[in-house]
Design a protein around this ligand. Structure first.
Ligand SMILES: Nc1ncnc2c1ncn2[C@@H]1O[C@H](COP(=O)(O)OP(=O)(O)O)[C@@H](O)[C@H]1O
Ligand SMILES: [Mg+2]
Length: 327
């Protein structure tokens, strides 16, 4: 079976003059090489395609693949992650991971929380802020947590995101809106434990690969798994594997994650981020339907490894879920 690979290489965009933060979600060469090596080990033939525009050129030239392994985050537009799957749908080429509907929805954390909440999955109350008038809809009190509504990799999440009184909210939100040119999401600050949960499969077949807790060390920026803490995780963060059989909070976090994954219609593999309130009730924060796949540094491969699932086996489970749709 011939598998095409679509991806956004960070070095391509740095060379175009974009900053480290702007390109934080794009992939390193070693990630593409890792996926490619795993696919070959699993017996697939691989073909590197590259970003969305390269894909368009290849499709127009008449190239086709049995399936495309798509990890493109996209460059611009609110539905940037949905662009490659939408193009592939146009040409009738099957692909790995979620469809355009899911990838467009889940990039927007506020819209995602509406769907998750409607499905009865626990998630905190929230308010999407474009201007100070939106605070009229705020139904909860301080402390607050404020972040951009549609970013990832901790962008716009720092100690400044924790807002202790309502009077300070407008300033923090306006700063984020100006800096990221998108609405801010206000939530209650969740002061409990934090987990990230790995899932493979689709719908009823979806299952937990493993999960880990995010434990900030004493030299980390406090109270938030921020952009800075993520970037310096080697000496600021510990990621103990959870023990759901003996840890009811971790077990509940996995249940909430699987329920959210299924409710949103996510496919093949990814991660759900969970944060507990002060009473240690797990709350859905966000889903990563295109979770990082760097074999060494990305959370999903790390938590899989801790659960004795090798990188190749992880890619194999993702492919099994995707190729089941081909039949
Ligand atoms: N409501 C909240 N309360 C407390 N911490 C939060 C809240 N929302 C996000 N965080 C912190 O910010 C981090 C990044 O938020 P998240 O929504 O997962 O964004 P990203 O897409 O950048 O990973 C989380 O891992 C968590 O530590
Ligand atoms: Mg996250």
């Amino acid at each position: 079976m011939r598998v095409g690979l679509t991806y956004d290489l960070r070095s391509d965009y740095l060379a175009m003059g974009m900053s480290m933060e702007e390109t934080a979600e794009f992939d390193k060469e070693e990630t593409i090489a890792g996926i490619e090596a795993a696919l070959r080990e699993l017996g697939y033939a691989t073909d590197r395609i590259g970003h969305a525009k390269a894909l368009v050129r290849r499709l127009e030239a008449g190239d086709r693949w049995d399936v495309v392994f798509n990890i493109c985050e996209g460059l611009q537009g609110v539905a940037r992650e949905a662009q490659v799957p939408a193009i592939l749908d146009l040409y009738g080429v099957p692909y790995v991971f979620s469809d355009p509907l899911v990838l467009a929805l889940t990039l927007h954390k506020g819209m995602t929380k509406r769907v998750v909440r409607d499905a009865g999955v626990p998630t905190s109350d929230f308010c999407v802020y474009e201007t100070s008038e939106d605070l009229e809809g705020l139904r909860f009190g301080a402390p607050f947590f404020v972040k951009p509504v549609a970013e990832g990799t901790g962008k716009g999440c720092s100690s400044k995101s924790i807002v202790r009184d309502r009077a300070a909210l407008t300033g923090v939100c306006d700063d984020l809106v100006a800096r990221f040119r998108q609405p801010a999401l206000i939530e209650p600050y969740l002061g409990g434990r934090e987990f990230t949960v790995g899932i493979t499969g689709t719908g009823r077949q979806a299952k937990i690969v493993g999960s880990m807790e995010i434990v900030l060390l004493s030299n980390a920026e406090k109270g938030v798994y921020s952009y800075e803490n993520k970037g310096n995780y080697e000496d600021r963060v510990e990621y103990p594997a959870t023990d759901p059989a003996n840890d009811p909070v971790a077990a509940a976090a996995e249940r909430v994650s699987l329920d959210a994954w299924r409710a949103l219609g996510c496919r093949d593999g990814g991660r759900v981020d969970i944060r507990c309130d002060a009473a240690q009730n797990p709350m859905f924060l966000e889903v990563n339907p295109l979770a990082g796949l760097n074999p060494k540094d990305s959370d999903l491969p790390i938590l899989a490894r801790m659960a004795n699932v090798s990188y190749t086996e992880l890619i194999g489970r993702i492919m099994d879920s995707a190729t089941a749709r081909l039949k």
